[in-house]
Write a protein that binds this ligand. Structure first.
Ligand code: 13P
Length: 255
């Protein structure tokens, strides 16, 4: 069965000391989790090794994610980080296709497809982000928009590959705005996403894949969002930087 996941996306935040304290505080709560739950810490590149060490090699409740990777294996790409590098330090997940990367760094569906492929080739599990801008939502075209994002970058995968992917639905208008999707909006889109997976693959594949909601998930709304039958947890930005808040969000997984 698929996992219920609370994934943190720290984005470009925290000093090393802050990162260490935050992770240590979160690790103190691991005893309240059970096998269905997973916390994924998406931290900046410089802290990956430290956070992996803090979490430990065989931690069944906590995993570590990179926030990006390059689509080539190696070479003259100054400043970039590759899939084999991440795999070699024990990173398990990688966020791919976040709207901030699509918008600010010009990453399109074809490039993201290559990133998904190289991640899987090196045993990294993609947390693939999709989600529509406000004008698309207002025009009522959000389902078609997200369908295209999945077709562009994910649906070339085999069923076996697809089982290693986590999908995060992050409506752009809800990211960092304090404007969360309603429980009904989240449920409708997540239901649509799972229906797409059933159509493209089958029930078995669709039921294996965790579909997370992202966009202003907070301590006080996580539980109601995670209680939606089609929502398997969240990808959390701002609120994942405050240990007490993220702990409450993790608690929300226990439905
Ligand atoms: P916020 O939780 O800060 O809205 O960010 C969401 C996000 O972009 C997670 O990837």
């Amino acid at each position: 069965m698929r996992k219920f996941i609370a994934a943190a996306n720290w984005k470009m935040n925290c000093t090393k000391e802050q990162a260490k304290t935050l992770v240590e505080d979160l690790l103190a709560i691991s005893h309240t989790l059970d096998k269905r739950h997973l916390v994924v810490l998406g931290v900046p590149f410089p802290y990956l090794i430290m956070v992996k060490d803090l979490v430990g090699q065989n931690n069944e409740f906590f995993s570590v994610a990179a926030q990006n990777l390059h689509h080539k294996v190696s070479g003259a790409f100054t400043g970039e980080v590759s899939a084999p590098m991440l795999a070699s330090i024990g990173v398990e997940y990688v966020i791919i296709g976040h709207s901030e990367r699509r918008e600010q760094f010009g990453e399109d569906g074809a490039l993201l497809k290559q990133k998904v492929d190289i991640a899987l080739e090196y045993g990294l599990k993609p947390i693939f982000c999709c989600g529509e801008p406000l004008e698309v939502r207002e025009a009522g075209n959000e389902q078609e928009y997200v369908r295209r994002q999945l077709h562009e970058s994910l649906f070339h995968l085999t069923a076996e590959q697809m089982k290693h992917v986590v999908i995060a639905y992050e409506p752009i208008w809800a990211i960092g705005t304090g404007k969360t999707a309603t429980v009904q909006q989240a449920q409708d889109m997540h239901f649509h996403l799972r229906a797409m997976l059933i159509k493209q693959y089958d029930e078995n594949v669709a039921n294996t894949i965790s579909i997370l909601y992202g966009g202003s998930v907070k301590a006080d709304n996580a539980e109601s969002l995670f209680n939606c039958p089609s929502v398997d947890g969240g990808l959390v930005g701002g609120a994942s930087l405050i240990a007490a808040d993220f702990e409450k969000i993790i608690e929300g997984l226990k439905r």
